[in-house]
Design a protein around this ligand. Structure first.
Ligand SMILES: [Zn+2]
Length: 225
């Protein structure tokens, strides 16, 4: 038993010494700026490439997510054309020329161009211009996520405005002060009006009673102003 341990010990120092030497050269090189170590770190340009690639992946994901919004899809279909969501889905994958989109979707390039120009008017798409080998200008289209997002938000807020307001379901009578409404835009449910004795808390005049339909109409009318 002790014999084997001994032989083992005798053979082991070699690799250990080697490793130690390697370590030594490394730390020495690091201390002396004149012999700089091979940079493990990426160069600035390489870093920029990595960052740009990550950003692109992130933007692609964001585009795909935004395009899942059904209200937007409906809106853009009726305003630009049914081809618009398809074009955007193509651009969400990567930037493309109008001709690339046309061949991908099997749609006439003129229709693609028309849609792209309309969507460019909404700023939800943009393009980069490059020259090809023959000097022709190449327009590569892509989605403008910032604008797309704010466009979607705008549609959504407009939709909630025109939708039925969230009235208490079990309440059929509502109250408002005809004198103060234009300033305060206050519509009260029964309970709240009851608490103030059905008189306006601002001017003291009796409240006007509204049924549910009148209340909804008033809400919508106010939302449009
Ligand atoms: Zn009043």
């Amino acid at each position: 038993m002790p014999k084997t341990t001994n032989t083992h010990k005798k053979t082991s120092p070699r690799p250990t010494r080697k490793i130690a030497k390697k370590h030594a050269t490394h730390s020495r090189a690091a201390k002396h700026p004149k012999t700089p170590p091979k940079p493990k770190k990426l160069s600035k340009k390489e870093q920029e490439v990595v960052i740009a690639r990550e950003r692109l992946i992130e933007e692609t994901r964001r585009s795909a997510y935004l395009l899942e919004n059904k209200n937007f899809t409906q809106h853009i279909s009726s305003n630009v054309g049914t081809v618009a969501p398809q074009i955007l889905r193509e651009l969400a994958k990567n930037s493309k020329t109008d001709e690339e989109i046309a061949s991908q979707l099997n749609i006439k390039v003129n229709d693609i161009r028309r849609s792209l120009n309309l969507m460019n008017g909404y700023s939800i798409v943009k393009y980069d211009v490059n020259k090809d080998s023959k000097g022709w200008l190449i327009f590569k289209w892509k989605i403008n996520n910032e604008k797309l997002e704010s466009y979607i938000n705008k549609i959504e807020s407009e939709m909630t405005k025109t939708n039925e307001p969230n009235l208490p379901g079990d309440c059929n009578d509502f109250f408002m002060c005809k004198k103060c409404y234009s300033d305060q835009k206050v519509i009260l449910p029964f309970d709240t009006a009851f608490e103030s004795g059905f008189n306006c808390e601002s001017c003291g005049k009796p409240y006007t009673i509204l049924n549910k339909e009148e209340t909804v109409a008033l809400f919508q009318q106010t939302a449009k102003q």
